[in-house]
Each structure stands twice: as structure tokens, then as C-alpha cells.
Design a protein around this ligand. Structure first.
Ligand code: BG6
Length: 483
């Protein structure tokens, strides 16, 4: 636990702060994981006193914090950590009042929960107003740019004011318990570790399906699309953690170096291969849990009668290295899909010959469920208990249910882990500069190929599993999506 920390939050009145950041800090406070000295300096434009700000966020937070942990006593002590300042982030003059409350004996962590267009201004004004010391850290929310060039520019601006070891780029997927467990699963279990390559694995699937639509973010999302919103960051990070070599140690540098090698080994999808390797979709009207829901073009805030922005992507990717030669990685992610599920499925190769008389030769499958019902399932062949069929095979699951086995009443939110690590100065679950740039390089090539080939965005009904073309992408190879 670091003493004397000031957590300075830009964008304190935004949606992310209310839904994720303050509830995460409250849970840490509740569990006694924040040092008593830690202060939260909340910054937003509106002219409010600290008391009025707290009055405003209290009911919102109460609705997002786990109800068993919400008590007036804890809220009162949590509220004492706060100081609210009204600021215009784009104006240099605004920063004088911030400089006044900061103390160079304390470590300041500047958390930018703001639109990325403000990153430049904020860094520059922080630098020029005397708010920074050698130990100041900065936490950046995604997106870091919208393509490689803009990403390099953002990284460069931030680097003018902060050393790389003080820059914390958030990908909240890395804070999820099961994502960290993936590393333990791979690198602390010999029987998994020794089977983790092309000689044993047939293919890998990564699915991040959401049931929500655009949720009032239409004008932002329409400029971005699912590839930039989800693949460039979350899916690429998951792919890296599945595919990377064991790092020498669990340090940030050790992990990042291995992830970067994977991003560099990802085969570029260009004009000649894009039609076979990637599918884009956009949801039309459909049903979700018995309720009619609008299509993308009928969502609140939509200003157009047509749009080519994708709300769904399926990709067949290849990691061109020794370990993964010939093993496809099928990725898919979409909004307004049938079910909310994030899972990684590793399908092992079938045994060369089935000596059992009845039942099929079922390949082993390792299913890593990130959400919901966090856990790991290993699909195995077992004997059917029967006198009639002497050696019939059935598929059975070894099931590791994280919540059930942890003895805890909840799985911590990703932001709790990430806050703790940023306070401790541990960057191992944050994204390095090279990683984010390599990931954009690969995505840029794919977007360019899509544009050159003018590939149609396929329609799928809200509440379905995406366009039929996405099924064909995998079925062509004699495989199917895990459902
Ligand atoms: C965000 C995306 O990064 O992740 C959102 O911008 C998406 O569009 C969200 O809904 C999904 O996060 P989670 O943790 O709910 O899977």
C-alpha cells in the first residue's frame, strides 16, 4: 500500500467514473486496501462544492456498489477522502488551483477518464503549471488514438511529460480475474504448459459477445466501430496472453516483451486475404429476451439512414511462429448478440485412432469463461456408466467455478485490481507503448484491406449470433463456433 497518494481524476462527472471508477475505489476502501492518507481529487467542469459533488454521486454509486457492502458508515469515511475542483481541462489558467492543492511530497496519479482529444492539452497544462514531479504517474483510458499515426502522436505527447515507467495505459480486460488466471493456468500447470502448441492444439476461439447495443453512444461509436472499439485492444490482449511464450518473470517488461513478439508475428490480413479472413456485420431489428429491439440505424442518437460501421467482427488470424504454425485463431465480437459471454476456447487435436467401439472420438476442449460465471471447464471423454454398452464414450466436464471455490461472495471488478496496481506502481497489467502501436499497425492493415475491397457489411438480427458469413468463415475449415 502506498502512503501519501493523490488520485487526481479528470472526468469525475462522467459515466465511467460513476459506473466503474468510484465504485471500484469504494470497494477497495471497504476492504481496507486503501491507505488512510490516500486522497481523491475529483475534477470536472461544473462549478460545485465538494459536498454538492458528493451528494450527486452518492445515489449513483449506491446503485453500482455491491449492496451487501454499501453502508452509511463506509460511505461517510470514503467521502472524507474527496476534494472536488471545477476546471476547464483545455485552459491553462484552470490548472493553478490544482497545483495549489497538490504537494510534491506526495505521489500524484493523474487518471484521464476523458475523451482522448483532451490528452494533449491536459499533459501540456499539467507540465507547464508545476503539477508534475518525477514520481507523478498518468493513467490513460482507451482509445489511444484511432489508428497507428494518431496513436504514435498521443504516445509522443504523453512521453514529453511522463517517463514510460510512469504511464499506465488501461485495458480493463487485463484487470479481470480470469484473465490473470489464464497466466496462472498456462504457466503454473505442467500438463497444460506441455500441450500448449501446434502439436496438440487444433485451433483457438476467442468470443466477446455483448447483448447491449450502442447505449446512447451512437455518434461516437459510428466513427469507431467494433474493430477499433474491441478488437484493437481487448481481443488483441486476450490473443497475446493465450499465444505468448512464458516470460522470464512476471514483471511488466517481461510480459510486455512477450506480448509484443506475438503482435509482430500476427499475419497481416491484406486485400488478397481479407475476404477469406474477416467478416463485418451490423445489427438490424431483432429480439432480446422477448422484447423487440431496434437495429443499429434505429438506435437513439442515430443521424443517418445508412452507415457502414461494423457492430460485429469475425476474424481468422494466424500467429506465424514456431509454436502456432498452422493453428488458426478465430476471433469474434459483436454488440446486440444472443448472449453476453466472453470466453476463450482451446480445442485440442483428436487422437489419431479411436479404439473404442461406440461413441465418437471427442477432442478435448478447454473453455476459459471470463464472464459471466467465471471459471474453467475441461471437456473430456469418459466412460458411460452402463452394463449394456461396455466401453461407450461420453463427453464430461471437469469444472472449476471460480466464485464457488473462492469462498468469496463476489469477484472483484477489473478496475479494483488496476487501481491497486497503479497505486503500487506495478505496470504488469497495463499496456506498453510498443504493444498498443503494434496492435494498431495490424488493425490499420485490416481496415485498409476492407476499404480497398469495399467489402459489404453483412446484416444480422439483434439477438442472433452474428451474420451467416461469420459461420461460414469457420465452417469452411470443418470447424464450428463453440456455443
Ligand atoms: C469497452 C468498450 O472498452 O468495453 C464498450 O468501449 C464495451 O463498447 C465494453 O461495451 C465491454 O466491457 P465488458 O467488461 O463489459 O466486457
Amino acid at each position: 500500500m502506498n502512503k501519501n497518494t493523490d488520485l487526481v481524476l479528470f472526468g469525475a462527472k462522467g459515466d465511467l467514473s460513476a459506473r466503474k471508477l468510484f465504485p471500484a475505489l469504494y470497494h477497495l476502501h471497504y476492504c481496507g486496501l486503501l491507505d488512510n492518507e490516500l486522497r481523491i481529487v475529483a475534477l470536472a467542469r461544473e462549478d460545485l462544492t465538494t459536498e454538492a459533488f458528493l451528494e450527486e454521486i452518492k445515489p449513483k454509486m449506491a446503485s453500482y456498489v455491491n449492496s451487501k457492502r454499501w453502508t452509511e458508515k463506509h460511505w461517510d469515511s470514503f467521502a472524507k477522502r474527496f476534494l472536488y475542483l471545477s476546471m476547464n481541462f483545455a485552459e491553462a489558467d484552470s490548472y493553478a488551483s490544482l497545483a495549489d492543492v497538490l504537494d510534491e511530497q506526495r505521489t500524484s496519479i493523474f487518471y484521464l477518464a476523458t475523451p482522448p482529444q483532451l490528452f494533449d492539452n491536459i499533459c501540456e497544462h499539467l507540465g507547464n503549471s508545476g503539477c508534475l514531479t518525477k514520481s507523478s504517474r498518468i493513467v490513460l483510458e482507451k482509445p489511444i488514438g484511432h489508428d497507428l499515426q494518431s496513436c504514435i502522436e498521443v504516445n509522443q505527447t504523453v512521453a514529453n511529460y511522463f517517463q514510460e515507467e510512469n504511464i499506465y495505459r488501461i485495458d480493463h480486460y487485463l484487470g479481470k480475474e480470469t484473465v490473470q488466471n489464464l497466466l496462472v493456468l498456462r504457466f503454473a500447470n505442467r500438463f497444460i504448459n506441455t500441450q500448449w502448441d501446434q502439436s496438440s492444439i487444433d485451433h483457438v476461439q476467442i468470443t466477446v459477445a455483448e447483448t447491449v447495443g450502442i447505449e446512447g453512444r451512437w455518434s461516437y461509436y459510428d466513427k469507431v466501430g467494433q474493430l477499433r472499439d474491441m478488437v484493437q485492444n481487448h481481443l488483441m490482449q486476450l490473443l497475446c496472453l493465450v499465444a505468448m511464450e512464458p516470460p522470464n518473470s512476471m514483471t511488466a517488461d517481461g510480459i510486455r516483451d512477450e506480448k509484443v513478439k506475438i503482435l509482430r508475428a500476427l499475419r497481416t490480413i491484406d486485400s488478397s486475404s481479407v475476404a477469406e479472413h474477416a467478416v463485418r456485420g451490423q445489427y438490424s431489428d431483432g429480439w432480446y429476451r422477448g422484447q423487440a429491439v431496434p437495429g443499429y440505424l434505429g438506435e437513439e442518437g442515430c443521424e443517418h439512414t445508412r452507415s457502414d460501421t461494423e457492430t460485429f467482427v469475425a476474424i481468422k488470424a494466424h500467429v506465424d511462429n514456431w509454436r502456432w504454425a498452422g493453428v488458426p485463431f478465430y476471433l469474434r465480437t459483436g454488440k446486440r448478440m444472443h448472449e453476453k459471454i466472453t470466453e476463450i476456447v482451446i480445442t485440442f487435436k483428436s487422437l489419431p485412432h479411436n479404439i473404442f467401439s461406440s461413441g465418437e472420438n471427442i477432442p478435448n476442449r478447454l473453455v476459459i469463461r471470463l464472464q459471466p460465471n467465471e471459471g474453467i471447464e475441461m471437456q473430456m471423454s469418459s466412460k458411460l456408466h452402463s452394463l449394456k454398452d461396455k466401453m461407450a464414450l461420453v463427453k464430461q466436464n471437469l469444472n472449476l467455478d471460480f466464485l464457488g471455490t473462492s469462498g468469496n461472495d463476489r469477484i472483484p471488478d477489473a478496475y479494483e485490481r488496476l487501481f491497486l496496481d497503479a497505486i503500487k506502481g506495478d505496470q504488469s497489467l497495463f499496456v506498453g507503448r510498443e504493444e498498443v502501436e503494434e496492435s494498431w499497425r495490424w488493425c490499420d492493415a485490416l481496415i485498409k484491406a476492407w476499404n480497398e475491397q469495399a467489402l459489404e457489411v453483412k446484416s444480422y438480427h439483434a439477438g442472433s449470433w452474428g451474420p451467416t458469413k461469420a459461420d461460414l468463415l469457420i465452417e469452411r475449415d470443418g470447424r464450428s463456433w463453440h456455443e
